[in-house]
Design a protein around this ligand. Structure first.
Ligand code: 5GP
Ligand code: MN
Length: 324
């Protein structure tokens, strides 16, 4: 692991920087990438912001959201690459994996270690959000916060703490939130953009998805599904499924909530949320995925029905009970 001093020194030397964050980006991935990139541009650096997937509509309010590119020219050349909110180039995906060959790689993340390609790595699984680590970077680099940086970082921390509600919302996180609001972040404007800005069709999709609700009371597992057919019928896509897992999660007695999403190629992706002692990052890792103790995900290869059975068996073992 590296220190912020080392990362600051490396970035001081850098001229052309590529910043990438994980595909299916969330507010922490894009908020952290935007804040870091904007700060580095102020230091005179040339910055390219990359994400393989489109900016979800509820994050288009982020300052510089329109700067994210989804592809990179073949002859693009960078001297330094920063991976934020994940720690493996394969989680960034797309052109990024090729573009980083032969460049210095810096990784700033708070997920359980997968496999870091970072020459310099700051990885703190206890940090509530990558945004918290970017705040620390700015402070140590003596880059002052302003409304733009504060908006990006408040979004990052809001999203990863469930609006300052989850178990990672520590006193320190509230203090950072206060600092960001003082610097100009507007909590209501940000939460309005994030959560009070959905197109009606999201609720048509949600209605179909909620109709698939399954609850295993014995195990304390609830799940909902979204299929490609549902996307088609409602004219929606995966960017409108953000936070769907909060519905099975909100049921009394549920320990682990699952949100299954069918991918266009028929494979199954699951988002897991744990409300207690079950480490879903460990379970996701067993299926080639990852994440945090309380929020993780993975994509299953092969037959979806078999994958579900295997997942329930792994969860039952972790919960320590037999299912219904
Ligand atoms: P979500 O369920 O919202 O997609 O993701 C929850 C958390 O798990 C996020 O921190 C996300 O980065 C991580 N995560 C989700 N899917 C995967 C995956 O397939 N692999 C890894 N390594 N992490 C994942
Ligand atoms: Mn994060």
């Amino acid at each position: 692991m590296s220190t912020f001093t080392q990362v600051i020194a490396a970035l001081k030397q850098a001229k052309r920087i590529l910043i990438g964050s994980h595909y299916n980006p969330d507010g922490d991935a894009l908020g952290s990438a935007a804040a870091l990139g904007i700060a580095l541009e102020r230091q005179g650096k040339k910055v390219t912001f990359f994400n393989r997937d489109p900016v979800p509509f509820n994050l288009t309010f982020l300052p510089h959201a329109d700067r994210f590119v989804r592809t990179l020219p073949k002859d693009a050349s960078f001297d330094t690459v920063v991976i934020v909110d994940c720690n493996a180039a394969k989680r960034v995906g797309g052109d990024f994996e090729k573009a980083i060959k032969g460049t210095r790689v810096i990784c700033i993340d708070h997920h359980q270690l997968e496999k870091t390609e970072g020459d310099l790595t700051i990885l703190e699984p206890d940090a509530a959000a990558t945004g918290v680590l970017i705040m620390r970077f700015l402070e140590e680099a003596k880059i002052p916060l302003d409304r733009i940086l504060a908006t990006c970082l408040f979004c990052a921390i809001t999203v990863d703490t469930g609006s300052f509600r989850y178990s990672n919302a520590t006193p320190d996180v509230f203090l950072l939130g206060a600092k960001l609001v003082k610097a100009g972040a507007d909590p209501y404007e940000i939460s309005k953009a994030l959560e009070e800005n959905y197109p009606a069709k999201r609720y048509r999709l949600l209605a179909k998805s909620l109709a698939t609700l399954q609850v295993d009371e014995q195990l304390g597992i609830a799940s909902i599904d979204v299929t490609q057919q549902m996307f088609k019928e409602t004219g929606t896509g995966p960017d409108l499924t953000e936070e769907f897992s909060s519905f099975p999660r909100s049921i009394r007695g549920v320990e682990v909530a699952l949100f299954f999403r069918e991918l266009p190629d028929g494979r199954l992706k699951v988002s897991m949320r744990s409300k207690g002692h079950v480490d879903v990052a460990k379970i996701a890792a067993g299926f080639g995925g990852g994440g945090h103790v309380h929020a993780a995900g993975c994509t299953f290869e092969g037959d979806a029905a078999i994958a579900r059975k295997k997942l329930y068996a792994a969860l039952a073992a972790a919960i320590g009970k037999k299912g219904t």
